[in-house]
Design a protein around this ligand. Sequence first.
Ligand code: NAP
Length: 203
Amino acid sequence: MGAGKVGIMGGTFDPIHYGHLVTAEAARDKFCLDKVVFVPSGNPPHKKDKPISPGVDRVNMTILATSNNPYFEVSDIELKREGYTYTVDTLKNFIKIYGEDTRFYFITGADAVMEILTWKDVSTILRLCRIVSAYRPGSDINKFVNMVDELERVSRNNVHMIEVPALALSSTEIRRRVKSGITIKYLLPDKVEKYILEKGLYR
Ligand code: NAP
């Protein structure tokens, strides 16, 4: 595929939930994306002290969650990479696959974007893609606006913010509920709920 507009939905997805799915669909619609590729993170440097579920489970849950949307795909590209995984390398992989004429939109949570100036080769990231920063309603919007202003100063890149009410959900809350034996029904697709229960994740 050459040219066109591709969304890259980056996240840990431990587990994926409706907040992520609504975010990806909202970005697809708003920016007229040809597709959104979900990229479960591999071994991100900022999570080295935090336990994360095995990549294979996070990818499987992401495939189950996205299978009924023809515009969504899942890539395990970050899980195949040795060592720490950096977004800049993922973008370079995508350019190889889709070509230099393709316009990329890296979609992720606003809290992650807040840290973007600490990421490896941030100036390259900002040159290679547009950033779509999804924030929860009720978050400190001024904090995000200041960050977007700063990013605009660092580069001429477009940084977009989208408010996603469904992001009131969080993976942390879902893991906490499973651990406490509280229902997670209606917070994520049934198939993902079933997978979590069958595999005994988050207990
Ligand atoms: P995180 O710190 O686990 O998440 C930060 C916040 O954003 C959480 O509230 C999270 O909610 C939300 N979030 C995460 N991904 C989202 C998405 N796709 N859509 C909407 N909300 C999202 O962030 P992370 O998941 O580890 O990292 C996000 C992305 O940034 C990944 O692709 C990661 O590889 C990249 N990253 C790159 C570098 C680098 O290159 N050096 C450093 C840090 C992060 P939930 O917990 O509910 O998801």
